[in-house]
Unconditional design. Structure first.
Length: 365
């Protein structure tokens, strides 16, 4: 078991500074054969952390990986302006949003000690307002700012490791790491129990900031009791992620195309999917995109600056994949990562269906 990351007081400042703790590292032009191979020696020699460690962070790009229904914040706001909810029956504190971010950053630093790690982009939604006990009986118009409390029910963050990158179809993809925390998935009215987090490692397409998530790079429900458990589980995810396989999968998408007729069939079937009888839907692979997302995909097929069909009515699966991941940026925080993975599974399944596989044949022939 590896010791959890313990930030010192300067760490929070560094996350949001314009020029945070920059420790330059040589750029590499390709990913390691397996991300897990990158730091095996580092992990074997790891010693318990007894003092704070400062993660050398690069710049914050503000390349928004999710756009709708959210508010961008920095970690100083989470630390200084927000309370941390507790489990009501025993008053045990939950793992805070800022602790989640710092723990994942610490695991990334342990896994990639020689790489540049950019500062995280953080977005929140569903603000929960309250009052301090002394202000319970005050009229609203007499409340002071110091009388109010807030926290956010949902939070997502993402940071890039720009020295680990690849190119697919001329698009630069930076290795990216992030996570989602949604208190609405916890029962805060009971005693403290396991807490649930979503964590991913994958790639961000810098052309459009779309996230590319694979099966082995995403945990939809990390169940942990504390920060140490979270650190260990996150590090295991990084070790098990096969980045080379993920890049090969995305590169292979360029080799298959949909005709205009097949694309129209896919759009129609994904619209019909929402209304299938339950028994029929269970026999098909999951498709988690809503009508709003599918409408956005159809519009982008003609109008997207980078991935539209252009003059050719055919569209390759790489561009189609980016239409779906682009539409996903309008999702709510707590469903965003699951849909990112679903986009990967859907498009690779459609690629197999074109070759004659039957699993996704219902969507396109």
């Amino acid at each position: 078991m590896y010791p959890a990351f313990l930030p010192n007081p300067e760490f929070a400042v560094g996350l949001n500074a314009d020029n945070p703790f920059v420790e330059t590292a040589p750029a590499v032009s390709a990913i390691p054969a397996s991300v897990g191979d990158a730091t095996i020696a580092e992990e074997q020699s790891a010693q318990p952390v007894t003092t704070g460690v400062v993660v050398p962070l690069g710049v914050r790009h503000n390349r928004h990986f999710i756009e709708a229904n959210t508010k961008p914040v920095d970690i100083a706001h989470l630390k200084n302006d927000c309370v941390v909810p507790v489990f009501s029956k025993d008053n045990e504190v939950t793992i805070s949003h800022q602790s989640f971010i710092e723990t994942v950053l610490g695991a990334a630093h342990r896994m990639f000690p020689q790489e540049v790690i950019d500062a995280p982009d953080i977005v929140v939604s569903h603000i929960i307002k309250g009052r301090i006990p002394e202000a319970i009986h005050k009229p609203v118009n007499q409340l002071l700012e110091t009388d109010k409390t807030i926290y956010y029910e949902r939070m997502a963050f993402c940071f890039e490791i720009p020295t680990v990158y690849e190119e697919v179809a001329g698009n630069r993809l930076n290795l990216s790491i992030g996570g989602v925390r949604a208190y609405n998935h916890e029962n805060l009215y009971s005693r403290k129990t396991v807490e649930k987090f979503k964590v991913f490692i994958g790639f961000k397409n810098l052309v459009c900031c779309n996230l590319c998530v694979s099966t082995d790079g995403f945990k939809s429900e990390l169940r942990v009791m504390g920060v140490q458990d979270l650190f260990d589980a996150t590090l295991r995810l990084f070790q098990e992620y096969d980045a080379e396989r993920h890049v090969r999968l995305m590169a292979a998408m360029q080799e298959r195309c949909l005709t205009e007729h097949q694309f129209a069939q896919l759009i129609g079937k994904t619209r019909l999917y929402q209304y299938l009888p339950t028994a029929e839907k269970r026999q098909l692979p999951a498709m988690e995109f809503t009508d709003c997302h599918i409408n956005a995909v159809a519009k982008a097929y003609y109008t997207d600056e980078n991935f539209s069909r252009g003059d050719n009515p055919e569209i390759d699966l790489w561009r189609l994949y980016n239409l779906f991941t682009g539409a996903n940026k309008s999702s709510y925080i707590d469903t965003f990562l699951d849909r990112s993975l679903n986009a990967t599974e859907l498009i690779t399944g459609i690629g197999r269906a074109i070759e004659g596989d039957t699993e996704y044949k219902w969507f396109v022939e």
